[in-house]
Design a protein around this ligand. Structure first.
Ligand SMILES: [Ca+2]
Ligand SMILES: [Ca+2]
Ligand SMILES: [Ca+2]
Length: 270
């Protein structure tokens, strides 16, 4: 019996680190009414070039400028794919096993194509340029967000884990020796907000092949996630009065200085 296991930080205590993939995550990965992994929309502008992170860091040209470089986006959330038992397969057979990602939710468009970014606006202050991603909530990549990525499918030599097509584990950099044999580490990027808790249902299945190592074996697994959007605010002087209470400002700029001189709580704390 061959199993396929997809795991993510379903109990939301590992942030952007690799999850332990233990039972406490596995047991709630598709629990109804739960968010699954909470994903933050990748909409900041890490390199401050006016192009949001979800349209940056890979080989796409926007405003006549190539966005292909490293350190153009925040990190993504790691997700682990594992096939077992691996002793059944040689290293080359393990690499030849094929899997397919698809939506486990008929009511929502889960996957977004990184090739599709639609600019609108004239670039004036009244009509700033906006970059709209393809519909769908997430992308799965085989590289992290701070790495330079290629938007082509992994089946064409790129880094995007395209849904609904068979993909060889060798194309997902499967580990073929040591303790992590059979493991592929993937990365999830959020590009559009969820409309319901847990509506990002990421399903993976083995693709049977009469000529491949699996034969007619099939198996599948699923993890759920929710994309949360935090509105970016640009406070101006009239937003906060000195000593004002009952207003909270959350900074979205972690890397550069961002502060207000107004006191926003009665306790005089910023
Ligand atoms: Ca699992
Ligand atoms: Ca966890
Ligand atoms: Ca940018």
């Amino acid at each position: 019996m061959v199993e396929i296991d997809l795991d993510i930080d379903s109990d939301n205590n590992n942030h952007y680190d690799e999850p332990p993939c233990d039972d406490s995550e596995d047991l709630i990965e598709t629990a109804a009414g739960w968010p699954g992994k909470a994903l933050a929309l990748n909409e900041l502008d890490t390199d401050m070039d006016g192009v949001p992170d979800y349209a940056d860091g890979y080989d796409i040209t926007l405003n006549s400028v190539s966005q292909s470089d490293s350190n153009r986006s925040k990190k993504f959330v790691p997700m682990r794919l594992k096939v077992r038992p691996t002793w059944l397969f040689s290293s080359s057979e393990l690499g030849d096993i094929r899997v397919k990602f698809s939506s486990g939710n008929d009511n929502t468009t889960v996957f977004s194509d990184p090739s599709v970014i639609t600019p609108t606006g004239s670039g004036t202050s009244n009509d700033p340029i906006k970059f709209t991603p393809d519909s769908g909530k997430i992308r799965i990549w085989k590289k992290d967000g701070n790495a330079l990525r290629n938007k082509q499918s992994v089946t064409a030599g790129g880094d995007w884990v395209k849904p609904n097509i068979p993909i060889k584990l060798s194309e997902l950099n499967v580990v073929t020796s040591g303790a992590e044999t059979g493991v592929c580490w993937l990365f999830v990027e959020a590009v559009n907000p969820s409309s319901a808790l847990g509506d990002v249902a990421i399903k993976v299945e083995l693709v049977p092949s009469s000529t491949g190592p699996l034969g007619t074996l099939t198996a599948d697994d699923q993890v759920n996630a929710t994309v949360f959007q935090v509105d970016v605010v640009h406070p101006i002087g009239t937003d906060f009065a000195n000593g004002q209470t009952n207003k909270v400002m959350i900074s979205t700029k972690h890397d550069t200085v961002y502060h207000t001189t107004a006191q926003t709580t009665a306790a005089d704390e910023p």
